[in-house]
Structure formats: C-alpha cells, structure tokens
Ligand binder design. Structure first.
Ligand code: DX5
Ligand code: ZN
Length: 216
C-alpha cells in the first residue's frame, strides 16, 4: 500500500518543513490538490508553488488537477516537476488525447472520477493509464465524509483492470481514515490519499506506520 498524504491539510506556511517531515516519516508520495474555483468551489495553488516545492523535495509529486480543461496546463505542471498528472474525466472532452499529452511530457498519466461518474468512462483507457483515482467525496475540500458506495466502485474497477491484464494502480481520495483504510485496500486500492486523518495526527512517522500496519 502506498500512502499519499494530501498537502491540503498541511501547514501552508511551512511547506518546506512539512515536505521534509514526510520524507523523514518514510513517505514516498505526496498528493497535491490543484483547484481552480470553477470545476470545484475552492482555489489552491498551481505550477509556481509546485516548482518551489520541487526545489525542496524529491518525493513523488502526485498532482490531482481539479481544473477545467486541464489539457491547457499539462506541460506547465510537468515543467514544474509533477511526477504524475491526474485529470478529471469530467473536465476533458477529449480524454484520450489529454492522457497521451501527459505521457508525452514524461509524467505518469492518471484519470480521476467523481463519485457519480461511471467506470465505463475510462474502460478503454485503462491500458494507457498509470493510475485511476476514485473520488470518495465530491472534490473541493478536505475533511469530508467518505461516500460508502465508492468502495464497491473500487472492487468493480479492480475487476476491470484485471480483465484488461493491466497494471494500473487504483487510488482513493476523500474521507480516508484508519477506520476504513483496511476495507479499501482489501477492495483493491493501491494508493490511499489522506489529508485530515494524516496531518491532524502527528508525529507523521507513527501515523504512516499506523496506516501501514492496519492494511497489512
Ligand atoms: C478533496 C481533495 C482531497 C482532500 C482529501 O477534493 O481531492 O485530496 O485533500 O482530504 P481528506 O483526507 O481530509 O478527505
Ligand atoms: Zn485530491
């Protein structure tokens, strides 16, 4: 299991020390939530901040783009240092093209689906995706409650990936806690995103270990 802590719940005034603390706590990934105030009702940060973070950290930057028409900015995010670029299916008229565009930059292509968006949307893209993100809250804010049917969606997606003979990772994002983490990895999740249930409970090394232990 890979744990990808969402920086949305970190201390934004001390990003450098937060990134270092994650590294020291044995984390390999960090989840960066980019919101544009259009696709989601909140605004966070963009490529310049990611570029600044990149100078301070060699963690795997898992960039979750909650922005309209993300194809316009794929190259900017890649240049800023994104290792993985995840776009929402709901924001792309030509999703296959955007995924190919991401792959061309050298970043890993991923697609996120809102809770109500059917898995059929990405069925034919699975072989070219490094990861599929199942949103388990309506995106926009940290600290929301997990929507239960999203676990069934993970199980169904696991079946689709296996059937395609692909190695696509499954990520879940929103309302993940120590209480539901194990059931989610059992259902087929490879990457757990956790914001409030991670950053709210330092020290990070112990919290990371607690997530790893519960998912064993
Ligand atoms: C929500 C973001 C999430 C969020 C998760 O729109 O995509 O990554 O930070 O936060 P928690 O774990 O608190 O639900
Ligand atoms: Zn996210």
């Amino acid at each position: 299991m890979i744990l990808s802590p969402s920086m949305l719940s970190s201390d934004f005034t001390n990003m450098e020390s937060e990134l270092k603390a994650l590294k020291d706590a044995g984390l390999k990934w960090v989840h960066l939530d980019i919101m544009d105030g259009c696709f989601v009702p909140n605004i966070t940060f963009g490529p310049p901040i990611i570029k600044a973070m990149r100078k301070k950290s060699d963690l795997f930057f898992d960039c979750h783009l909650m922005i309209e028409d993300p194809g316009r900015y794929v190259q900017n995010f890649a240049d800023a240092g994104a290792d993985l670029i995840c776009v929402h299916a709901e924001t792309c008229d030509h999703l296959e093209r955007v995924c190919a565009q991401i792959a061309e930059t050298g970043a890993k292509p991923a697609v996120a689906l809102n809770p109500h968006t059917p898995l059929e949307t990405i069925k034919y893209l699975i072989p070219q995706l490094y990861m599929v993100l199942i949103m388990s809250v309506n995106p926009g804010f940290g600290g929301q409650k997990f929507i239960p049917f999203c676990k069934d969606k993970v199980r169904e997606l696991r079946g689709m990936i296996d059937e395609a003979g692909a190695e696509t990772l499954i990520q879940i994002d929103g309302g993940v806690t120590l209480e539901n983490a194990r059931k989610l990895t059992e259902a087929g999740v490879d990457v757990l995103v956790s914001g409030s249930a991670f950053f709210g409970y330092p020290p990070y090394g112990e919290r990371h270990q607690a997530f790893q232990d519960i998912c064993k």
